[in-house]
Design a protein around this ligand. Structure first.
Ligand code: AMP
Length: 117
């Protein structure tokens, strides 16, 4: 089984975080160091270390990250204006936490912020 990170503690409410959405499969919480007006991380409750470890049986779970992103963007009122979704993978991709996570960035124009998060 894959090793847990700090994100598993967030899922289990063992450390403080601002959770904005949670169900049996997915948790979404505010990034501690926001790079945009709204910066939320959306993660599977199951530990998948990175995109490299996504298996065919995870496809529905990974798809759920997108439907939760869409819901949060709508609920927060910026779905129509648009937003950015990012997955960093591995060292060269700049991934710091080895628990698959989607960055949802929005709430302001992002053109000038470059591609990286
Ligand atoms: P990445 O560089 O793609 O692995 O992104 C990891 C993200 O997790 C960064 O944007 C961090 O600011 C964020 N992060 C790390 N620890 C926490 C935490 N305890 N609560 C919320 N966000 C965190």
């Amino acid at each position: 089984m894959a090793e847990e990170t700090i994100f598993s503690k967030i899922i289990r409410h063992e450390i403080p975080s601002e959770i904005v959405y949670q169900d049996d499969f997915v948790t979404a919480f505010k990034d501690i160091a926001p790079k945009a007006k709204v910066h939320i991380l959306i993660i599977p409750n199951k530990v998948i270390p990175s995109v490299n470890e996504i298996e065919p049986e995870d496809e529905i779970l990974v798809g759920k990250l997108f439907t939760v992103a869409k819901k949060i963007a709508k609920d927060l009122g910026f779905a129509e204006n648009g937003y950015r979704l990012i997955f960093n993978c591995g060292r060269d991709g700049g991934q710091e936490v080895a628990h698959l996570h989607m960055h949802l960035l929005g709430g302001e124009p992002l053109h000038s912020k470059g591609f990286c998060n």
